[in-house]
Design a protein around this ligand. Structure first.
Ligand SMILES: [Zn+2]
Ligand SMILES: [Zn+2]
Length: 348
């Protein structure tokens, strides 16, 4: 089967690899119909994720059709259209029951190598899905792959971020980075009743998309986000700031924007970056730092309902649809910011 495989720094290949089969009675095999390229895949592309062996199949956002299930799978059956969560968990241990799936002994992320649980990814024609009853959700009748695929990762991440930052009605928020996750935060923000969302980027097209979603765009190449937000919030600054890039300049901007006792949510996977403020400054401002790993299990049913009700149009952020065979070039183009949100059309 065809799959996108990592071979170290800036070397993603489309290769013919062995097709996976069932290994555990709780597994499913999914024939992938649509997969997405996520910003966090770029950390693998840039060699920042340790223990991703050469030839590892990448990808953790995917939809497909169930091909086969193990004997212990009861919730889904061959032929069902499904969307996967980006990681697996057992669903019934103490950690899972508490909603802390990251602590589950069965936690494993698709396509992130050995350090993240050793699971091959979904940018492939077929993928083995452990703990299928938990990991997969049937796609509700009438909804497309494109409208639902992001409930497994970036849409759940955006929603989780707003929840974990405890955003409330009347809040001022800032989103640093108008990429796919930043746009989805802007898209979901009205559901939380925010008074105003600011969105900060350096790419005019991305800012225009943020503005179309109702956020106030700020081009940080030519304007000072801190100055503008100070003016427009009557000096209050932001109740919550969402860092949705994951690099040093974005962190710097993000930490300049919260009010005293405000929240900075780290959404953008800032691997290898230092905090731009001292422990003393964090204490003085009482800045709450909230690292966000999206929680699809906690939010996907609610998100699927919101999508079905027309309250969230997550498919609207897709800019490029590319056959899986074009993945190598898609990674390069994404890295060079020529494309924004890529989905791979894998099969019908
Ligand atoms: Zn992701
Ligand atoms: Zn568990």
């Amino acid at each position: 089967m065809l799959a996108v495989t990592s071979h170290g720094l800036k070397d993603m290949r489309v290769e013919d690899v062995p097709r996976p089969g069932l290994e555990q009675s709780t597994d499913a095999i999914v024939r992938v119909t649509t997969a997405a390229l996520c910003g966090s895949d770029m950390h693998i592309y840039h060699g920042k994720v340790p223990a991703v062996p050469d030839g590892w199949v990448v990808g953790h956002e995917f939809c497909g059709v169930v091909e086969d299930v193990g004997d212990a799978v009861t919730g889904i059956k061959p032929g069902d259209r499904v969307v996967a969560a980006m990681y697996t968990a057992c669903g019934h241990c103490a950690a899972c029951v508490a909603g802390d799936h990251r602590r589950c002994k069965s936690f494993a992320m698709f396509g992130f190598g050995e350090a993240w649980g050793g699971l091959q990814g979904g940018q492939a024609e077929y993928v083995r899905v452990p703990l299928a009853d938990m990991t997969l959700r049937a796609i509700p009748e009438g909804l497309s792959d494109e409208s639902t695929i992001f409930t497994g990762d970036i849409l759940a991440t955006a929603f989780t971020a707003l929840r974990q930052a405890a955003v409330r009605e009347g809040d001022f928020i800032a989103i640093v980075g108008a990429g796919p996750v930043g746009q989805l935060i802007a898209m979901c923000a009205p559901l939380f009743g925010v008074a105003r969302a600011f969105i900060i980027d350096i790419v005019p097209e991305r800012l225009a998309e943020g503005a179309a979603l109702g956020a106030v765009p700020i081009d940080s190449r030519t304007e000072s986000p801190r100055k503008i937000i100070k003016e427009q919030t009557g000096g209050e600054m932001c109740d919550a700031v969402f860092e949705a890039v994951g690099n040093a300049p974005a962190l710097q901007t993000a930490f300049s924007l919260p009010r005293p006792n405000g929240v900075v949510a780290l959404v953008g996977m800032p691997l290898g970056e230092d905090f731009p403020l001292s422990a003393g400054d964090a204490w003085l401002r009482n800045t709450k730092i909230v690292p966000v790993l999206g929680a699809p299990f906690a939010h996907r049913d609610e998100l699927l309902r919101l999508i079905a009700a027309g309250k969230i149009d997550a498919a609207g952020i897709i800019t490029d649809r590319i056959p899986l065979a074009g993945a190598t070039e898609a990674y390069r183009a994404f890295d060079d910011k020529e494309v924004q949100k890529v989905v791979f059309e894998v099969s019908k």
